[in-house]
Write a protein that binds this ligand. Structure first.
Ligand code: SAM
Ligand code: SF4
Length: 466
């Protein structure tokens, strides 16, 4: 694949407006037609997505949620992948009106962690039981520049403590050049994540006031550079609240189709952050297009139906009750026990250094217990990317349903590993019950594999995966 990447990803705003207008008054027959199509789990076209965004009748909305729950259950079963963000720096040269890290915000204390501090944060996360970390930074690095990020990745992968280590680092940093993406790829990262924030050009210009991030095209083409550089798994997203969520969903679909047509595969994940209050940001407390809780659930459900094999990530921006409600609708990954201030795990949460306010403050153990009580399997699995099941190879396995035979056993083995090494007595009791119940209801093939892997972990082996 060459280093040539397009100058932009054309988002056809007129076509989006026309589709939303055309289906504004979709009748129940058309809505059910879209749902029937969605249940076949081959994804949806823009027109179907537009139809689903218009549903407001409570009964029909109930049908949308039920269809999403069915698709989620069929593809992801009861697994929920768990990760934690690791903020290495809040230095930033941009002026994003919604973010506490924006350059001119004097209310935030600036800090870039040293490698020793990063190692300390990693060790704390390892001691909590985390295996998957999302490395995050503002768009400006200490004097050494971008190599600071590369060094930080090496540092985190280099930390081991007792029985633990970080097995997969995903990265959410500003758009990179093709060459920089190559260096990132060489560090063996999992997913490269970047949110367009808003696909609506005029809104984008209004909220990004200064710095490199003003360049919409440089940002929207980042995934093309990343994938051309060999990063198979990319994660896209929208910061909901900046513009009409219906528009954003249709624009996301256009971005996905563009990646699919260039690389044969779309994004590995979609993130659905909602704007949260942030120190020194008026806009963060008063979103221009607020997304209500019910709309948030609609967004998750529609995405689940539109791109059934793409992971949906929900962060601790959301409060515990919202998180519980959206698991069933399609969320497949959640962060837990998070801090968004650099050094936050060693020194606790500080509003005057955090990126935004958290909705869910519970420690990892409590989240795990809650998730298991609800009947989900918290998964720390990192098998796919370590076995090269990434990008198109992953989708080729996922679409005919073959990946499921690996996922449940891997989820159970990593969950049991967590329970034995890090779980509190209370969580272990809930977790063991959950594991036994799930093993008892699994199909014979994966059930036998899962039982054997769980037995191996209980006998003292670690990092058991298939
Ligand atoms: N600085 C890089 C960038 O902007 O892409 C990467 C890290 S940035 C800290 C990660 C994401 O945080 C942004 O893409 C944005 O969507 C999100 N964010 C910023 N301010 C937020 C807020 N007030 N509430 C929720 N999410 C926010
Ligand atoms: Fe900087 Fe990213 Fe925050 Fe914008 S969103 S101010 S680029 S950290």
């Amino acid at each position: 694949m060459s280093s040539e990447t397009p100058e932009t990803v054309p988002i056809d705003e007129a076509a989006i407006a026309a589709a939303l207008d055309r289906h504004h008054h979709a009748d129940s027959g058309r809505i059910r037609e879209a749902l029937a199509k969605a249940r076949q789990m081959n994804g949806l076209e823009a027109d179907d997505v537009a139809v689903l965004t218009t549903v407001s009748d409570p009964e029909l909305l109930g049908e949308v949620f039920a269809a999403a729950a069915e698709v989620k259950k069929d593809i992801y079963g009861r697994r929920l992948v768990i990760f934690a963000p690791l903020y290495i720096s809040n230095l930033c040269g941009n002026e994003c009106s919604y973010c506490a890290f924006r350059a001119r915000n004097a209310e935030v204390k600036r800090r870039a962690l040293t490698q020793a501090e990063i190692a300390r944060e990693a060790r704390i996360l390892i001691d909590q039981g985390h295996k998957r970390v999302l490395l995050v930074a503002g768009e400006s690095y200490p004097r050494e520049g971008f190599p600071y990020v590369l060094k930080s990745i090496d540092t985190v992968y280099g930390v081991t403590h007792d029985k633990g280590e970080v097995r997969r680092i995903n990265v959410n940093v500003a758009p990179l050049t093709f060459e920089e993406f190559r260096e990132l790829k060489a560090r063996k990262i999992g997913t490269y994540q970047l949110f367009q924030e808003t696909y609506h050009r005029a809104t984008y210009a209004r909220v990004h006031l200064a710095g490199k991030k003003k360049d919409y095209d440089w940002r929207i083409t980042a995934m093309d550079r990343a994938m051309a550089a060999g990063i198979d798994d990319v994660g896209i997203g929208v910061l909901f609240g900046l513009f009409d969520w219906r528009f954003e969903l249709l624009a996301l679909m256009q971005h996905i189709r563009s990646l699919e047509s260039r690389f044969g595969v779309g994004p590995h994940t979609i993130s659905v952050p909602r704007l949260e209050p942030a120190t020194g940001s008026e806009m963060a407390s008063h979103p221009p297009h607020p997304v209500s809780d019910i709309d948030f659930r609609r967004i998750v459900a529609i995405l689940r139906l539109a791109v059934p094999y793409t992971g949906i990530i929900m962060s601790t921006r959301e409060a515990a009750h919202i998180r519980r409600e959206t698991f069933a609708l399609g969320v497949s990954q959640i962060s837990a026990g998070s801090r968004t201030n650099p050094g936050g795990y060693a020194e606790d949460e500080r509003e005057d250094a955090s990126q935004f306010c958290l909705g869910d403050h519970r420690p990892l153990d409590e989240v795990i217990r809650d998730v298991a009580t609800l009947g989900y399997i918290p998964s720390f699995c990192t098998a796919c990317y370590r076995l090269g099941r990434t990008g198109r190879d992953f989708m080729d396995l996922a679409k005919p349903g073959a990946i499921k035979a690996h996922c449940d056993p891997n989820a159970l083995a990593t969950f049991v590993e967590y329970l034995l090494d890090y779980g509190s007595a209370e969580t272990r009791a809930v977790g063991d019950r959950c594991v036994d119940q799930i093993l008892a209801t699994m199909e014979p093939g994966p059930g036998k594999l899962a039982s054997s892997m769980v037995e191996q972990v209980r006998a003292g082996r670690r990092d058991v995966y298939c």
